[in-house]
Design a protein around this ligand. Structure first.
Ligand SMILES: [Zn+2]
Ligand SMILES: [Zn+2]
Length: 138
């Protein structure tokens, strides 16, 4: 079986991960919460089932928001690592930020979520679905 494996790491290398198999989905998120967590005007995720993802060195630190969203980050350098919305937690899924993959170009975003929160005048020139909510989570 020819399964895809991906690797990645945080800025300092303390957090390293491997994934096995294809992601559930890959998407851009424009929500304000992701914007603040990543300090980036738009972020991109690749979602996997938790058993597809292995942290091979240190474990990430985490912050749980009032609405129960778990955001992980490197405790050494602060790189954002992942986001787990409540529904993703319930479904055993974890969404890794695409920017920490070694070869992010191998993972192609399929749609945009929370597009109504996007920064005005930010223009991403593609013809992907722009969802006001969380696309497949609705
Ligand atoms: Zn780090
Ligand atoms: Zn978001």
């Amino acid at each position: 079986m020819n399964e895809s494996n991906f690797r990645g790491h945080c800025y300092c290398g303390s957090i390293q991960f491997e994934t096995v198999g294809e992601p559930i989905s890959t998407c851009y998120c424009h929500c304000e919460s992701c914007r603040r967590h990543t300090a980036s005007v738009v972020t991109t995720f690749a979602g996997f089932h938790v058993d597809q993802v292995k942290f091979t060195h240190a474990q990430p630190a985490s912050h749980i928001s009032e609405d129960g969203v778990i955001r992980r980050f490197c405790g050494e350098c602060g790189s954002p690592i992942s986001c787990q919305m409540k529904r993703a937690q319930d479904q055993g899924e974890i969404y890794l930020y695409l920017g920490i993959f070694d070869k992010p170009e191998k993972l192609r975003p399929q749609f945009h979520v929370n597009y109504h929160e996007s920064i005005p005048r930010l223009n991403i020139d593609d013809d992907l679905l722009r969802d006001e909510g969380l696309a497949r989570f609705d």
